[in-house]
Design a protein around this ligand. Structure first.
Ligand code: PEP
Ligand code: MN
Length: 363
């Protein structure tokens, strides 16, 4: 993907850059109240939902065109850039007409390649930042696909918003964070700004600060937080919005660690640790390779003696003893079980190959 230098649109090197504002634009007064306090605390990008994707009909679906007119006025009154969600080419057209600065695709749009493609086409020739929220389901390829579609329409000011993943699993989160998935996205596209939306992950305002901190600890570039002057009476997502004072407190309390250090002593020490890790990893690979060689011999032996590859008692014994050995060395049971499941899978694959490729089974 052709990703623009984030400085060209985020316009600050300070981490995190913050996008804050109400789930939905509800009235000119609500928008003014939030905008005023955001600017006072140094936040210069405001979000506001104009069209709301609601799970059930007969709930508040956003103020649409009317809200865009209020937002346009906010831009004249305050030193603030505005972001809203678009879910169709019609929304794009209206948002551009109202002079919005940043657009985002919501989780329910990212899941739909037809719709993403239509939106991408409607953005051709437009030079503005577009953020793509993760799809509702934990599918990295689908998220990347949506980003690629927008990117191929000529948009290079791209960002990814992590808002968590829907699940039947009972959990403290409204949407499971599944942190490894956005981190894999960041690993594949290091230049793509990664923004956490702690509001939709948490689903309740009490967890928003801790989820924001976790995102910072993992090196996220920004946060998109839902802020409302009177959260309890918000027309959408009332449980998860925080008021501007709480936002200020949250920002003040965030502990930001550097992504990298230029301290020579630190770099030296880190290099030494890494050298030791490299040696250990080489030994680890030697040991795994020797173990697989033995598995190969066992495979031949089982084949010659006409016995099945998978031996349940042996597998049960491995799954009992290895976690016990690991725990004696402070390694978690879950980790050792996962590790041996992978090793055992590979060992079975090797033995199956032997059975299938070298001669016939003795009768
Ligand atoms: C929102 O940001 O208000 C929203 C609807 O988000 P999502 O697409 O993450 O559900
Ligand atoms: Mn919301």
């Amino acid at each position: 993907m052709n990703i623009a230098d984030s400085l060209s649109w985020i316009k600050t090197k300070k981490r995190p850059f913050i996008i804050a504002g109400p789930c939905s634009a509800e009235s000119p007064e609500q928008l003014q109240a939030v905008a005023r306090q955001l600017v006072e605390m140094g936040v210069h990008i405001m979000r506001a939902g104009v069209w709301k994707p609601r799970t059930r009909p007969d709930t508040f679906e956003g103020k649409g065109h009317e809200a865009l007119q209020w937002l346009k006025k906010i831009k004249n009154e305050f030193d603030i850039r505005l972001a809203c969600e678009v879910a169709s080419p019609f929304h794009v057209e209206q948002a551009l007409e109202a002079d919005m600065d940043i657009l985002w695709l919501g989780a329910r749009t990212t899941v739909n390649p037809f719709l993403v493609q239509e939106i991408a086409e409607s953005l051709r020739g437009v030079d503005m930042p577009i953020l793509v929220k993760n799809p509702i389901n934990p599918d990295l390829a689908l998220w990347i696909g949506a980003l690629e579609r927008i990117n191929r329409a000529g948009i290079s000011k791209l960002g990814a918003v992590h808002r968590g993943f829907s699940s039947y699993q009972k959990s403290q989160f409204r949407n499971l964070p599944t942190w490894w998935l956005p981190l894999e996205l960041k690993t594949k596209y290091p230049d793509l700004p990664l923004i956490c939306d702690p509001s939709h992950i948490s689903g309740n305002r009490s967890m928003v600060p801790e989820v924001s901190q976790k995102a910072m600890d993992l090196g996220y570039d920004g946060l998109m937080i839902e802020v409302h002057p009177d959260p309890k009476n918000a027309l959408s997502d009332a449980d998860q919005q925080i008021n501007p004072d709480t936002l200020l407190q949250l920002i003040t309390n965030l502990k930001i660690t550097d992504k990298q250090s230029s301290d020579v002593l630190f770099i030296n020490q880190l290099e030494q640790f890494r050298e030791k890790i490299d040696h250990l990893d080489q030994e680890l690979i030697e040991v795994i390779s020797a173990r697989m060689k033995l598995a190969e011999n066992i495979g031949l032996y089982k084949k010659d003696n006409n016995v099945t590859i998978f031996q349940l008692e042996r597998w049960n014994e491995i799954m009992k003893t290895r976690p016990e050995w690991g725990m004696m060395r402070s390694l978690s049971e879950e980790f050792i079980k996962d590790l041996y499941t992978r090793i055992h899978d590979e060992s079975i694959r090797i033995q199956t190959d032997i059975r299938n490729t070298i001669g016939e089974i003795k009768k």
